[in-house]
Design a protein. Structure first.
Length: 100
């Protein structure tokens, strides 16, 4: 929703000597920690987010996240109460986009 740019990381494997090298993948977590979670104005950005103009490209990007069973608020809460709040907000923005 806030266009976090991922960091490209080398994929690792348990069987590194037995498998061929894997393609690099994009890590959104490290980027989000730096770009969002370290931002003291994150709550303000969430409150003032322009929910009436969420682009279709943003919705396309977050569709896999929303449909992931591990990205449900009850699951996310197991890792972090704060992350659960962000998860709830994302789900609310998606619902608003479809209803409005």
């Amino acid at each position: 929703m806030f266009e976090v740019k991922p960091v490209k990381v080398r994929a690792t494997s348990r069987y590194s000597k037995m498998q061929t090298p894997q393609k690099p993948k994009f890590d959104y977590w490290e980027a989000a920690k730096k770009q969002l979670l370290a931002n003291p104005n994150l709550l303000g950005r969430m409150i003032n987010y322009d929910k009436d103009n969420i682009s279709d490209s943003v919705m396309t990007k977050i569709k896999p996240l929303i449909s992931n069973p591990e990205f449900q608020p009850d699951q996310v809460k197991k890792a972090s109460f704060a992350a659960q709040g962000i998860c709830l907000w994302i789900h609310a923005m998606v619902t608003y986009h479809h209803v409005a």
